[in-house]
Structure formats: C-alpha cells, structure tokens
Ligand binder design. Structure first.
Ligand code: 13P
Length: 250
C-alpha cells in the first residue's frame, strides 16, 4: 500500500508518562478528522497500547522505537516485533542513531531486526545517517551506502519500508544540512534504493534532525523528500500538527 504524502512521523524517544502521552495523542486524534497524508507517533513501549487505543479510528499510525530480532525467548528486557503488533503498533523505527551510536547496534543487527519486523507485518522506518566527522571529511555518501547495503536484507521488496535520513549531527542540535544538501542526499538515497530493491524508487524517504515548524515547509518542498521524522517538536501537539500541515497535510 502506498503511503499518502506527506509522511510525518513523531519519535517521542524516552519521553512521556501516561497522562502526557494520552493528552498528546488525544489532541492529535481530535485534529485528524480526515487525514490526507500519513501521520504517525512512536511512543515509548509502555504507552503503545494506550496510545493506540486513544487514536483508534483517526488514521494516526502508532509504532515502536525498536524491536528484538527474535520473535520470543530468554531476552530479558527486550520487546519482540509480534509483541509490538499485539499491543496495537503497525510500525517500528529501526537503526536509529541513538541505538547505533549510543547502544552499539550494527548494520547486521538492524538487518536481523528488519526481517523480524517485516515477518510481524510491521511497517519499518529504517534510519541511516552520517556522523559529523563523516560529513566534514566527505565520507557521507559512502557511509549511507554502507548502511543501506548492510541493513537491508537480500530480496526485500519496497512494501512496508520507509527510509529516514537522519544526519547524526543534526539530531537534537538545532543544526541541519542546507536545503541543497538534503535534496542531493535524498536523490542519492533514492538512486541507491532503486538499484538495490525492485521498485525501490517507491520507498518513501523522510528527513530527520532538528525539524521544526519554521523549517518544515522548506524541507518537505524538496524533491525526493516525502516527509519528516520529528523528535523534540513532536512532543508538542501544536508544533507537530503545524509541521504536518507545512508538508501539505490536512
Ligand atoms: P530532533 O527532531 O529532536 O532533532 O530528533 C530527530 C530524531 O532523532 C527523530 O528520530
């Protein structure tokens, strides 16, 4: 199924107790009368079920921020993809830089998780992005190619896959690449996906990293940017909705 544009996803990260999360989800559900684009929230595991119940019928998609690569077993503290689906999630973020760099996740691990998530029927939001050192030394393209090569399983189709380009140095810093850099990078990613996956040019491409209400319109107007993955600004219903509208969503 083709996702309607814009695709605007909010990664709540490790934020939100029940009251805040439900209030945020409730406000978004009230605004989402007839969604013309794709709007989704990715709360912490503890809130997935409650948030999914709260937004039921609104068309807002709910996802997890990670999953384990196995479907069940002796993995204390981990959450499996079928558990996310059982809680009401229909999507999952994989390979976020806070897991790759903060928790040492490798491309091979992300690939295994991706296989598990697809087997559970979840839409996968695969995150890739270069570090500041890679950006400054011109190693960005090579890094992104390596991450895509390493994280995408052989023979995967374009269905149920979204790729988010999130430069590590732009996350939570208030800094972003220039519009021209984002456009060029998304064009490269589109080409890499088209070469790697049959129908890969159809995979929605999101930009993430310091997206705010005041830069969202410019970013989402760029060629090959199908939407955005928002962190901090997705914790405020008004900001998040403004970003969605800035991409043409109603
Ligand atoms: P910020 O929007 O807070 O920079 O976070 C981006 C991000 O990591 C989304 O996954």
């Amino acid at each position: 199924m083709r996702l309607a544009r814009p695709v605007v996803f909010g990664n709540w990260k490790m934020n939100g107790l029940r009251a805040e999360g439900l209030a945020l989800a409730g406000t978004l559900a009230e605004r989402a009368v007839r969604l013309t684009g794709t709007l989704g929230v990715f709360p912490p595991f503890t809130l997935i079920h409650a948030v999914a119940q709260r937004v039921k019928g609104s068309g807002i998609l709910v996802g997890g921020q990670d999953c384990h690569e196995k479907a069940s077993g002796a993995y204390t503290g981990c959450v499996a993809a079928p558990m996310l689906a059982d809680a009401g999630a229909t999507a999952v973020i994989l390979g976020h830089s806070e897991r790759r760099h903060g928790l040492g996740e490798t491309d091979a691990l992300v690939r295994a998780k991706l296989v598990a998530a697809r087997a559970a029927g979840l839409l996968v939001v695969l995150c890739i992005g270069e570090t500041e050192a890679e950006y400054l030394t011109g190693a960005r393209s090579a890094r992104l190619r390596a991450q895509l090569d390493g994280s995408l399983p052989e023979g995967i189709g374009p269905e149920g896959l979204v790729v988010a380009y999130e430069p590590v140095w732009a996350i939570g810093t208030g800094r972003t690449p220039t519009a021209e850099e984002i456009r060029a990078t998304h064009g490269e990613i589109r080409e890499l996906l088209a070469r790697r996956i049959v129908g890969g040019e159809e995979v929605p491409l999101l930009y993430g990293g310091s997206v705010k209400p005041d830069n969202a319109a410019e970013i989402m107007a760029l060629a090959d940017v199908d939407g955005v993955l928002v962190g901090g600004a997705s914790l405020d219903a008004r900001s998040f909705w403004t970003i969605y509208q800035a991409g043409g969503g109603a």
